[in-house]
Design a protein around this ligand. Structure first.
Ligand code: GNR
Ligand code: NI
Length: 168
């Protein structure tokens, strides 16, 4: 069990575009395992490698109540199948803030599993929303980017103040 530190907005490292994983090896399996530990500990329903300052295309998701349905996606890609719906999102990198974001309610995801094999999954509702939120992280994108400039600036200033207080 290993817990990783989660970067918080507006840390510029969260804006890094993650690189594709070339080979799914022991290093990637350890990363995914540590990311799941970190996600469950937080607790959260998803985590992208970008959030733990590893800029490679790996995400983990588990929306189950029992925290016993882990999904790992390496080099994920998706197409939208559904309609856009609004959902109140949160983010472990934007702690304490929840705002409505519009995303597709159904997607088809293609990715590699931890054996390096390609698989496909049709995801709906919260699982679909969470996977889209995580893939955004891999592209350096955060849910606050969908909000008004006013809302995003307010959130940024409050978190910056909190980070300064914690540092002093
Ligand atoms: O724990 C999380 N909850 C959540 C709720 C609504 C939409 C997306 C999410 S993902 C978030 C964890 C996180 O920050 N993943 O990047
Ligand atoms: Ni997030």
């Amino acid at each position: 069990m290993a817990l990783l530190d989660i970067l918080e907005y507006p840390d510029p490292r969260l804006r890094t575009v993650a690189k594709p994983v070339a080979t799914v090896d022991e290093r990637i399996r350890t990363l995914a395992s540590d990311m799941l530990d970190t996600m469950y500990d937080a607790p959260g329903i998803g985590l992208a490698a970008s959030q733990v300052n590893v800029h490679e295309r790996v995400i983990v998701v588990d929306i189950s109540e029992e925290q016993d349905e882990p999904h790992v996606f390496v080099n994920p890609d998706y197409e939208k199948l559904g309609d856009d719906i609004e959902y109140q999102e949160g983010c472990l990198s934007v702690p304490g803030y929840y705002e409505k974001v519009s995303r597709s309610d159904k997607i088809r995801v293609k990715a590699l599993n931890l054996d390096g094999e390609t698989f496909e999954l049709v995801a709906e509702d919260l699982l679909a929303i969470c996977i889209q939120h995580e893939i955004d992280h891999l592209d350096g994108k955060l849910f606050v980017d969908y909000l008004s400039n006013l809302k995003r600036t307010r959130i940024r200033k409050k978190l910056e103040k909190q980070h300064k207080q914690m540092a002093s």
